[in-house]
Design a protein around this ligand. Sequence first.
Ligand code: PLP
Length: 387
Amino acid sequence: MATTVEAPALKDEGPTGKSEISIHPPKRLLFGPGPSQVHPRVYQAMAQPVVGHLDAYFFQVSNGVQRMLRQVFGTENELTFVVSATGSGGMETAISNFVLPGMKVVSLANGFFCDRQSEMARRQGAELVRFEKPWGEVFGDEEAAAFIREQKPKVVMYVQAETSAGAFQRGEAICKAAHEVGALVIADCVTSLGAMPVEVDKTGIDIAYSCTQKGLSCPPGLSPITVSPRASEWLKARETPNRSWYFDIKLIADYLTVSHRYHHTASATMFYALHEGLTLIEEEGLAQRWERHRQAHLEFVKGVEALGLEMLVAPKDRIWNLNTPRVPQGVDEAKVRATLLKEHGIEIAGGFGPLAGKIFRVGVMGPLATKAHVREFLEAFGKALKS
Ligand code: PLP
């Protein structure tokens, strides 16, 4: 018996079929450490039709992303691409490709994400040596270099912008000492990229990874990564395959940049988002964007100090787009955050680990990094503190 199969009626509602969709998320102002406010143009880009992960158009978008990422990372590294994962996936990519069992790895540890790097290196079987500082402090050039020279590791890891505490770690001296002893440097640039100078080449970083949901004004979902020529050479010569198949740089880079053969089903939607986020940075100009974040940060510090709060981190070591004022004595920070969310739709975060209950973590990034938004925030924050 012949059967006819009717094509399902597909209504072309496009991205605006709002009334028909099943979810109605509240509108928040994302002043937390991430995700940060998504730029409206990024949402528009995400509503465009999905193409296949092997479509020529997809690779066109991916190439554009690679080109713009080089600019934002401050690098000429050929091997600059995107891992289909959040920032932790970038961390796992960096560590699983460049850390071998039994390898000596130095971790400069001054916060939660340094500890995560350490844990990942341990899981790769590294002989881990940690140089620790209290959260909120940074490593001085001389002490970091002396430690590296003394330990003579094969890999050095540090976090450029430590989100758990709000401290920015400069890397020039770390990279110089590491290179002197023949080590590669892995730097976590998850919170800094797109908001502060990352300067991979100038600093001397060999492997830098980031995320999409902070300084790039996109939702979470991708992890930009860049690999220096010396690290690429090391990887080429690596004799054992990466224990992680999904995060194997050789396989991912082959798919995205060389053969365009299937490795995994990359999300065209997220690539569109990142393309748009990076285009916005290109249009604004990277230096102007950094300056906008710096000015918004200074406005924040001025305002929060006028409310009687002190910043945790010393002025020269602060992350511009992630502020960590101390919680004033007698204030229940969880209540302040709950009030901000309930009454103003504003999300911020608190501290955790050794800083639990002691700091607020306020992200001022992307579209919200303006003096006007900071003033609006501070007004609501001041009210929430009083109440
Ligand atoms: N590294 C740093 C410095 C971070 O702030 C974060 C997340 O906030 C991560 C790594 C992990 O990124 P994700 O949560 O996107 O996996």
